[in-house]
Design a protein around this ligand. Structure first.
Ligand code: HEC
Length: 109
């Protein structure tokens, strides 16, 4: 398993969240929804959602996580034209949260 040492380099994203270790527990309401809201909804919302991907509700996020496309995009390195978000990667802690949440079924918890 990967370590979580990179969590030490986190920025403001860590100001919210459960405070639990990045790779131990993640919930929709505490971890995932705030992350999506602050990092993704500027482009992925409503009728004109980028790439036709609307992440404004749990079901849209769940689909994207379970089909693998979200992790594929957020794990790409900066400079990759397919990396998400385009402005620069989210923290390693946030990536770990998405993985943990996926593993537990990406529930609306
Ligand atoms: C500045 C605008 C912008 C932001 C912010 C942004 N995206 Fe995107 N995203 C796009 C555009 C434009 C596309 C379509 C082009 C492409 O596929 O790369 C896209 C495509 C995608 C796709 C592929 C489409 C699909 O159907 O699978 C995924 C997954 C994705 N984004 C996830 C995210 C996630 C997760 C975040 C937040 C962490 C995010 N994006 C933030 C603009 C953005």
């Amino acid at each position: 398993m990967l370590s979580t040492s990179s969590c030490y380099y986190d920025n403001a994203e860590q100001l919210y969240g459960s405070g639990a270790a990045c790779d131990s527990v993640a919930t929709w309401s505490i971890d995932i929804q705030p992350l999506i809201q602050s990092q993704c909804l500027g482009c992925h919302q409503g009728a004109g959602a980028s790439g036709g991907l609307d992440l404004s509700a749990h079901t849209g996020v769940q689909n994207s996580v379970l089909n693998g496309s979200m992790l594929d995009r957020i794990n790409r390195s900066a400079g990759d034209p397919l990396a998400m978000p385009p402005g620069g990667p989210i923290s390693e802690c946030s990536k770990a949260k998405v993985r943990v949440w996926k593993r537990a079924g990406a529930l609306p918890n």
